[in-house]
Design a protein around this ligand. Sequence first.
Ligand SMILES: [Mg+2]
Ligand SMILES: [Zn+2]
Length: 210
Amino acid sequence: MSLTAAATTTTSSLGHKLWKAYLRQFCIRKISMPKGILLDRDGVLIENRPDYIKSIGEVQIIPGVPQSIAKLWKAGYTISIVSNQAGIAKGLYSLEAVHEIHAHLEQQFRMYGDGPLHWYICPHRDEDQCACRKPKPGMLQKAMQNSGLVPGLTWMVGDNKHDIAAGQSAGCRTALVHTGLGKSQTFDPGKAPDWIGAAMPDFVDYLLSK
Ligand SMILES: [Mg+2]
Ligand SMILES: [Zn+2]
């Protein structure tokens, strides 16, 4: 009788241990789920220009942005930059010029820290009817798929209502910054961003304090 009881206890305790191990594995998976953020480029990371940013000489980084990128990396975020660059389709600058600008920016950012950084651009115009030009969600969806990001846990940060609309269509949470075109943007009822603030570094501080 006592032997049977002991055996039962052992079995039950083993089952409990296995169950706990199973749960722990599940929790670890949940914790290690990749964290990511999608950022517009012009008006969020660098100052906008009405005649497009055509070369490195025209790049003006918004104060605090490289340090904030480093903060995101330190907190484990994968950063994807999703940028409409219709100036390519319009023949105002080349894809190579865009790559040079991105290499320059990346060099500036990596002076403050290190981590995953991915660049996505849409080189098309509205009339090309591509799937990637914001406000369509294609570029954001591709970025999230490539980094294994869950839309509901991913923020899209932009200065244009098209960034916000693209983020909402992709199922992201959205943040509007008042740099670039941000201050002049208006939203239909129910289409407002989840967060509105002065600049990208302010959003990063908000996100990391949550
Ligand atoms: Mg912009
Ligand atoms: Zn496109």
